[in-house]
Ligand binder design. Structure first.
Ligand SMILES: Nc1nc2c(c(=O)[nH]1)N[C@H]1C(S)=C(S)[C@@H](COP(=O)(O)OP(=O)(O)OC[C@H]3O[C@@H](n4cnc5c(=O)[nH]c(N)nc54)[C@H](O)[C@@H]3O)O[C@H]1N2
Ligand SMILES: Nc1nc2c(c(=O)[nH]1)N[C@H]1C(S)=C(S)[C@@H](COP(=O)(O)OP(=O)(O)OC[C@H]3O[C@@H](n4cnc5c(=O)[nH]c(N)nc54)[C@H](O)[C@@H]3O)O[C@H]1N2
Ligand SMILES: [Mo]
Length: 695
C-alpha cells in the first residue's frame, strides 16, 4: 500500500491527509507524524487553493482527540442493566459472533427488515462511511433514508436550479457583495471567511449576514439582517418586489434563462417591503436598502448555508433565496451568482462501495430523523412492517443528535432491542449498546474524500497505527458479511485501499496511488457551466420560479406555487412564546469534540441566549438557572443575556451531551422529528418553547 505523500518542511515530517469530519470545508491537511503511533501538529495545506493554509482550531489540536485517554481500545460486552455502564472486555471474534448471532435471531423472528443498519457522516470518507449500505443490501435489511442534514436545503435549491452546484467558492474573492445567508461560517466552515476577507481587502467588498442572531459571522459583516427564524422566504420576496419595482430585474436575462418572470412580477405586487417587514421583524428601510445594494451590484455572491433551511418552511425559503440571482442575472458575472453546496459536480460511481447490484427497492427505507418513532414501534414510521429489533450504528450519536430525544431515549432503552455501536469514544449511544466496538480515526485508515463547500477530491491514506485494537468500519462489514453468509458478495474480500482505488477508477478519476501523489484533484467545472450559462439543469434549461415540487418529494401539496412566506413553522403562541434556534457551537462538531477537554472548557456549559427585555419581564438574571420546554420535553440550562437577537427568539449553541444538562436530557428533547415537506428532514431551528426561571 502506498503511503502518504511526504511533505518535508524543515526538519519535521509532515504527511498529507484530508479532514474527514462532517463539514463542507473538507480541509486539505498536513499532519506531523512523530512516530508510527503518534501525531504532533496539524495544519491546513497552504497550497490548496481553497483550504489556503487555514483550518479550524479544533482540528488544529487533533492530537488531543486522537490520543485522548478516552479512546475505545477493545470490544466490550454489556454485563449489567442497559445504561448502567457495566461492560467487560471481549475479543473481536467473540464480539462479532455476538452481533452476527443477534442479527440472525432478529431475522429468524421477524424477517430481515427487523435489522436496521444506522449511520451518518461522523466520517465523510466514501469507503468507511457508505460501505454499511453494502452489508444492508446484501442481507435485505431495512434500508436507511438519510434526512438529518441536507434534505431540506437540497430540495429548495434543486427546485430552482435543477442541480446542486454553484459559483466557484474561490470566486468570492472577486465579488463586490457577499451575502452570507443562514450559515455561521466562522463556526461551521471557517474557510469561507478566507475568501470573503480577500474580497473585502482587495476590492472593498460589502458583507451582509442574514441570521436570527448576531453570531461570530454577523460580527464580521458590514450589515446584519437579524430576522425572525423561519422568515427568509418573506425577506427574499420583499427584496424581489423592490428589484422589480425599481428596475433592477434583468428582463433580457430572465426571458432567456427563467420560466415565468411575468407571473412572478404579478405575484410580487401585493408583497411589498412593508409586508416582509411585518413577517421578518426587520424594518422596511433595512429590506429596501439591502434590495438596492443587491440590485445595483453585478458581482453579488450568495453564500447559502444549511442553517436557514432547518425550518418547516426551509425548502421553500431556500428556493426563494436562490431566485434572487435569477432576477438580476448576477450569474452572468465573475464573482456573481450563488453557492449552497457543490454535491453534483462529482461523478463518483458508488455501486461497488454501496453494493447497488444487491439493492432491492421494494425493501422499506426507514427515516433516519424519525429513529424515535421507529424504535418505539410507530406503525407509520415502520411502514406497517415488523419492529426493529437489531441495529449496527456507525459514525453517529443519535442519543444526542436526533430530534424528539425523549422518544429516542425510550426506544434505545427497550429490552428487546439489540444494538452494536462501533465508535471511537464511549458516546451516550455507545453507553446503551449491547456490544461496543472500538473504531479507528481517519488517521488510522485509508479513505477518499470529496468536498461540498469546494471542488476537490482527496485521498486520506493511513498516517499512524490504530491504538489498542481499534479497527476500521470496512473491517466490520467484511467480518459480519462472512458470519452472516454473504461474504462472497462483491466487495467483501477487498481492502479499504483496493475499494478506494477501484471506485476512483470506475468513476473516471485517477487511482488511489496517483491521487495520493497528487494530494488532491480540482474538479471545478468551467465558468459557463458553474454559472448556468449553458442553461439550468431542468428539461427546459431554465431556472424555475414556479418549481415542480412534485418531482422533488411526496409532500408537495403544501408547497407554494411561486416564492412566498410559507406559514407552516412552529409559530410562537401564548403558551409557547419563544422561537428557539439550536445553532452549532464553535468548538464542537455536532456531537464530536464534546469529549476533548479544550473544546468543553471553551464552551463552558449549555446556555440559552435571551434578549434582555424578555429576561427582565420573566425575572431572569445573567447566569440564572432556567428551563425551556414544550409538549415534547423540558431542558434545564443557564441563561445568558444578549441583545443580538429579536425579543421572542432564543439561541442555544449545540450539541452538548445530555449529561451536561442539569436535568440529564439535552436540547433535542424539544426539537421535532416530523418530516419537513416536500421530502423529509428535521427542522432543528424551528421550535416554539416556553422559558422560565428555575429555583
Ligand atoms: N464548529 C462546528 N462546525 C460545524 C458543525 C458544528 O456543529 N460545529 N456542524 C457541521 C455540520 S454537520 C453541518 S451540516 C454544517 C452546518 O453549517 P451551517 O450551514 O452553518 O448550518 P447550521 O449549522 O444549521 O446553522 C447555522 C446558522 O443558521 C442560522 N439560522 C437558523 N435558523 C435560521 C433562519 O430561519 N434564517 C436564517 N437566515 N438563519 C437561520 C443559525 O442562527 C446559525 O447561525 O456545519 C458543519 N460544521
Ligand atoms: N439540536 C441540533 N441537533 C442537531 C443539529 C443541530 O444543528 N442542532 N445538527 C444536525 C446535523 S446537521 C447533523 S449532520 C447531525 C450529526 O450528528 P452526528 O451524526 O452525531 O455527528 P458527528 O458528531 O459528526 O459524528 C458522530 C460520531 O461519529 C464517530 N466517528 C467518526 N469517525 C468514525 C469512523 O471512522 N468510524 C466510526 N465507527 N465512528 C466514527 C465520532 O466519534 C462521533 O461520535 O446532528 C444533527 N443534530
Ligand atoms: Mo449536518
Amino acid at each position: 500500500m502506498p503511503m502518504n505523500a511526504t511533505l518535508d518542511k524543515g526538519s519535521a515530517r509532515f504527511v498529507a491527509s484530508a479532514c474527514p469530519h462532517d463539514c463542507p470545508s473538507t480541509c486539505a491537511l498536513e499532519v506531523e507524524r512523530l512516530d508510527a503511533h503518534t501525531i504532533g501538529r496539524v495544519r491546513g495545506a497552504a497550497d490548496n487553493s481553497y483550504t489556503a493554509g487555514v483550518i479550524c482550531a479544533k482540528v488544529a489540536r487533533y492530537a488531543e482527540r486522537v490520543h485522548h485517554p478516552g479512546r475505545l481500545l477493545r470490544p466490550l460486552q454489556r454485563t449489567g442493566a442497559r445504561g448502567d455502564g457495566s461492560y467487560r472486555e471481549i475479543s473481536w471474534d467473540a464480539a462479532l459472533d455476538e452481533v452476527a448471532e443477534a442479527f440472525l435471531k432478529a431475522e429468524a423472528a421477524h424477517g430481515a427488515e427487523a435489522v436496521w443498519p444506522y449511520h451518518y457522516a461522523g466520517t465523510m470518507g466514501l469507503v468507511q462511511r457508505k460501505g454499511i449500505y453494502r452489508l444492508a443490501h446484501a442481507k435485505g435489511y431495512s434500508r436507511f433514508q438519510e434526512t438529518i442534514c441536507v434534505t431540506i436545503s437540497q430540495a429548495g435549491y434543486k427546485a430552482g436550479c435543477g442541480r446542486i452546484t454553484g459559483t466557484d467558492p474561490r470566486e468570492m474573492a472577486k465579488s463586490d457583495l457577499i451575502v452570507i445567508w443562514g450559515t455561521n461560517a466562522v463556526h461551521t466552515q471557517v474557510n469561507v471567511m478566507t475568501h470573503v476577507a480577500r474580497a473585502r481587502k482587495e476590492r472593498g467588498a460589502k458583507v451582509v449576514v442574514i441570521d436570527p442572531y448576531r453570531n461570530a459571522t454577523a460580527e464580521f459583516g458590514d450589515t446584519h439582517l437579524m430576522l425572525r427564524p423561519g422568515t427568509d422566504g418573506a425577506l427574499a420576496v420583499g427584496v424581489m418586489h423592490v428589484l422589480f419595482a425599481e428596475g433592477y430585474a434583468d428582463w433580457d436575462y430572465m426571458r432567456r434563462y427563467t420560466d415565468c418572470p411575468e407571473a412572478l412580477e404579478a405575484h410580487l405586487k401585493d408583497r411589498p417591503p412593508e409586508w416582509a417587514a411585518e413577517v421578518t421583524g426587520l424594518s422596511v428601510q433595512e429590506i429596501v436598502d439591502f434590495a438596492r445594494l443587491y440590485g445595483r451590484t453585478e458581482r453579488s455572491y450568495l453564500r447559502l448555508g444549511y442553517g436557514f433551511a432547518r425550518q418547516r418552511n426551509g425548502a421553500s425559503n431556500m428556493h426563494a433565496a436562490i431566485c434572487l440571482p435569477a432576477i438580476t442575472g448576477a450569474w452572468r458575472h465573475e464573482g456573481g451568482g450563488a453557492l449552497y453546496v457543490n454535491g453534483d459536480i462529482y461523478h463518483f460511481d458508488m455501486s461497488l462501495i454501496e453494493g447497488h447490484a444487491m439493492r432491492d427497492e421494494s425493501i422499506r427505507a426507514l427515516d433516519q430523523s424519525r429513529i424515535g418513532a421507529v424504535l418505539t414501534g410507530d406503525a407509520e414510521a415502520l411502514h406497517g412492517g415488523p419492529p426493529v429489533t437489531a441495529m449496527l450504528i456507525q459514525n453517529t450519536n443519535p442519543m444526542m443528535v436526533a430530534p424528539d430525544l425523549n422518544v429516542v431515549h425510550r426506544g434505545f432503552m427497550r429490552d428487546d432491542l439489540f444494538t452494536c455501536v462501533h465508535e471511537q469514544f464511549m458516546t451516550e449511544t455507545a453507553q446503551v449498546a449491547d456490544i461496543v466496538l472500538p473504531a479507528t480515526t481517519f488517521l488510522e485508515h485509508d479513505d477518499i474524500y470529496k468536498s461540498g463547500g469546494h471542488q476537490h477530491i482527496m485521498m486520506g491514506p493511513k498516517v499512524i497505527e490504530p491504538p489498542g485494537e481499534a479497527r476500521e468500519n470496512h473491517y466490520v462489514f467484511r467480518e459480519l458479511a462472512q458470519r452472516l453468509g454473504v461474504g462472497d458478495q462483491p466487495g467483501f474480500a477487498m481492502s479499504a485501499w483496493e475499494m478506494a482505488d477501484e471506485t476512483l477508477k470506475m468513476s473516471g478519476y485517477p487511482g488511489a496511488a496517483e491521487l495520493t501523489e497528487m494530494r488532491w484533484l480540482d474538479c471545478q467545472p468551467g465558468f459557463e457551466e458553474a454559472h448556468f450559462l449553458n442553461g439550468f439543469a431542468h428539461a427546459d434549461g431554465r431556472f424555475h420560479f414556479a418549481p415542480d415540487w412534485a418531482a422533488i418529494g411526496p409532500a408537495h401539496a403544501v408547497m407554494p406555487k411561486l416564492p412566498d412566506h410559507l406559514n407552516i413553522i412552529d409559530v410562537a403562541t401564548a403558551e409557547h412564546p419563544f422561537r428557539l434556534v439550536t445553532a452549532p457551537a464553535r468548538n464542537f462538531l455536532n456531537s464530536s469534540f464534546t469529549e476533548t477537554p479544550t473544546s468543553a472548557k471553551k464552551e463552558r456549559r449549555p446556555e440559552v441566549m435571551v434578549h434582555p427585555d424578555d429576561a427582565e419581564r420573566l425575572g431572569i438574571a445573567e447566569g440564572a438557572p432556567v428551563s425551556l420546554g414544550n409538549a415534547r420535553g423540558e431542558v434545564a440550562l443557564h441563561a445568558t443575556l444578549f441583545d443580538g437577537l429579536q425579543p421572542g427568539v432564543l439561541i442555544v449553541e449545540s450539541i452538548w451531551p445530555n449529561s451536561a444538562f442539569d436535568g440529564g436530557i439535552g436540547i433535542n428533547a424539544v426539537t421535532g422529528a416530523d418530516a419537513v415537506p416536500p421530502n423529509g428532514g428535521a427542522a432543528f431551528h424551528d421550535t416554539a418553547v416556553w422559558l422560565r426561571p428555575r429555583n
